[in-house]
Design a binder for this molecule. Structure first.
Ligand code: PLP
Length: 348
């Protein structure tokens, strides 16, 4: 259904834009070191990247402080979200998550026969962990938590989430999607990865698409107990979809800490600029911990997108909590200026 809906609309979904702020991409990447590594590895593209993939896995394991057996690679974390959903839900069951949440894992779970148990976020935009725990029943196969959350850009308290994961993972695996965690100054400290060494049944997803700026190069991974990965790997292989040069690019991207730091700094400068501009125009917004933010708009979502697209600014519109929301990704400062000018024209 996804591709049937998607393909006929390609032109309208991907129009010519002067500011592409609709997919939470990093406008500065890939990092210079990653790009160089990709280019020099391209000539090796006649070979499968098995040996190099294991080098990347070892490097990631070292970085995460876990063993290599705890890592499964994929061409982007989407691949792993989807594979997890296919394998865990092939005999039905339900998935508990926040609402709104990032829907990719949930949609695939539904497609193979699972049901979704949505639990509204709390008024402070954090996950309602008590209600989520109460929602787990004998049919629940997985709890999915995106932290920071997409599309809201908001965080759930670290300690509370550690307690929740420790407790709930005794009953069912808890999947934590940390795609945007590295935009926080202290990202590493807020990760749930340390629970792996405590033996907890958690699955943590990471991607090179966001802070590393490699959305089009397709590299992501999950960290989990080897027994959990064995269930997935009995049915589906992990890193086979990652191209040879992308493996090299990922290894170089991990070393390019200057690029990572500058992406984080530029991202928060843009966020500050957008906050100030929205304040000046009299809009409320939800303070964000990520590379995007949302604010409510008083216009039909499709009409809004049409008007923004005419001004060559691409954003997303969502409906939840009885409101229409604009979600805007942080681009370059020039793109953000085009965005605020367009908002001024369309909404003010
Ligand atoms: N998880 C979240 C929360 C995301 O927002 C995205 C992409 O936007 C992904 C996962 C998938 O990213 P990728 O497949 O590029 O790793």
């Amino acid at each position: 259904p996804f591709f049937k809906e998607f393909l006929p609309k390609l032109d309208s979904m991907f129009p010519d834009l002067a500011a592409k702020l609709n997919a939470n991409e990093n406008p500065y990447g890939p990092s210079p070191m990653a790009l160089e590594a990709f280019k020099s590895a391209a000539a090796g593209g006649n070979r499968y990247a098995w040996k190099e993939l294991f080098q990347l896995i070892d490097k990631i394991a070292d970085f995460e402080g876990v063993e290599s057996k705890n890592i499964m690679m994929g061409p982007g974390s989407s691949d792993l979200l989807e594979k997890t959903a296919m394998v865990l839900f092939m005999n039905g069951g339900n998935v508990v998550s926040a609402d709104p949440a990032y829907m990719s894992l949930i949609r695939v779970a539904e497609s193979v026969g699972a049901s979704w148990k949505p639990v509204p976020l709390k008024d402070d935009w954090s996950h309602d962990l008590k209600a989520m725990e109460a929602a787990v029943d004998s049919d629940t196969k997985l709890v999915y938590i995106c932290n920071p959350n997409n599309p809201t850009g908001t965080m759930t308290d670290h300690e509370e989430l550690v307690d929740f994961c420790s407790k709930v993972s005794e009953k069912v695996p808890v999947f934590i999607d940390e795609a945007y965690l590295w935009f926080l100054d202290e990202g590493a400290k807020k990760s749930m990865v340390s629970l792996i060494n405590e033996g907890k049944d958690v699955i943590i997803a990471r991607t090179f698409s966001k802070i590393h700026g490699m959305a089009g190069l397709r590299v992501g991974y999950i960290v989990a107990q080897d027994s959990t990965l064995a269930k997935l790997q009995n049915i589906t292989r992990g890193g086979m979809g990652i191209s040879y040069p992308s493996v090299y690019a990922a290894m170089a991207a991990m070393d390019d800490t200057d690029f990572i730091d500058s992406s984080r700094t530029l991202n928060s400068e843009c966020r500050e600029y957008v906050y100030q501009s929205l304040d000046q125009m009299g809009f409320d917004y939800v303070p964000s911990h990520t590379s995007f933010l949302i604010f409510p708009i008083e216009m039909d979502g499709n009409a809004f997108l049409d008007k923004m697209t005419q001004l060559k600014v691409g954003v997303r519109a969502f409906e939840f909590m009885d409101k229409t929301w604009c979600r805007v990704s942080m681009g370059t400062m020039d793109e953000m200026k085009l965005f605020t000018a367009a908002i001024n024209k369309v909404l003010v």
